[in-house]
Structure formats: C-alpha cells, structure tokens
Design a binder for this molecule. Structure first.
Ligand SMILES: [Zn+2]
Length: 136
C-alpha cells in the first residue's frame, strides 16, 4: 500500500505546501481541527517515534517552531499546540510520522477530550520516573 505522505513528498498526491527543506515538508491538514492546522512530516518515511531518525525529529520540531512562531506574530493566532500522535490508540491515522501545528484562538474550546489531570503523591511520580528511566 502506498503511503499518502510519501506520495505527497514525491508530488504524486496534491497538497498545499507551507514549507520545505532537505529533511521535512509542511502542508495544510485536509481535516483541520482549527483554521490553519498544518502538518510537518519527515521526507524519509518513518511510521512513528521508534523508527523516526532523531535528526529528522529535530528537523520536524525546528520547522514547527519556525512556523508556529511566525503564526504567533499575527493578531489572528493566540496560541499554538504541537501534537504528535504515535500509534492508533493515540489517535494516529496516517502511519508516516507527523507533527501537528494547531493554531489556537482565545475561547476556541478545543481540548483533549476525556483528559482529567490528577495529583499523584511524589512517591508515585518517582516510581513512574524510575520505570521510564529503566526503558531508556
Ligand atoms: Zn510515508
């Protein structure tokens, strides 16, 4: 099966391009959550975080930072969310790594549905930190 994002990189599928350099391509999301919602992808195919070349990840973030900071200079944008979904259970729909750049406006009411922050005791946070450190 052909990867739609690889097809966009190859110009075999249409997109509305915002930015391009040697490592990344940025284009408008065809199903925007907010006006101006765009994606930054590595040109080299990588399904998700585990396969993503760290240099490509850095290039993705660098481009998202530049684009997001530029959007913030306009009076139309009050904030930016950067979001990468890794895995279907996290909401990933296209399995070519991508970083969402989501312009926010005051009062737009967008949020992580179902998110309910908790306040665990320090010991629980320390145990969680140790578990992640053990994976690194
Ligand atoms: Zn791809």
């Amino acid at each position: 099966m052909i990867c739609i994002f690889c097809a966009i990189v190859a110009r075999d599928a249409e997109s509305s391009i915002v930015y391009e350099d040697d490592a990344v391509l940025a284009f408008m999301d065809i199903r925007p959550i907010t006006r101006g919602h765009l994606l930054v992808i590595p040109k080299r195919h990588a399904e998700g975080l585990a396969e993503l070349d760290p240099a490509d990840g850095g290039a993705m973030y660098r481009a998202a930072r530049t684009i997001g900071a530029a959007l913030r200079t306009t009076s139309d944008v009050d904030g930016i969310n950067l979001l990468q979904a890794d895995g279907a259970d996290a909401g990933q729909e296209v399995f070519h790594a991508h970083l969402h750049v989501i312009p926010r406006r005051r009062g737009d009411g967008i949020g992580l549905s179902g998110a309910s922050p908790t306040m665990p005791p320090r010991a629980v946070l320390d145990d969680a930190a140790a578990a992640v450190r053990a994976l690194l």
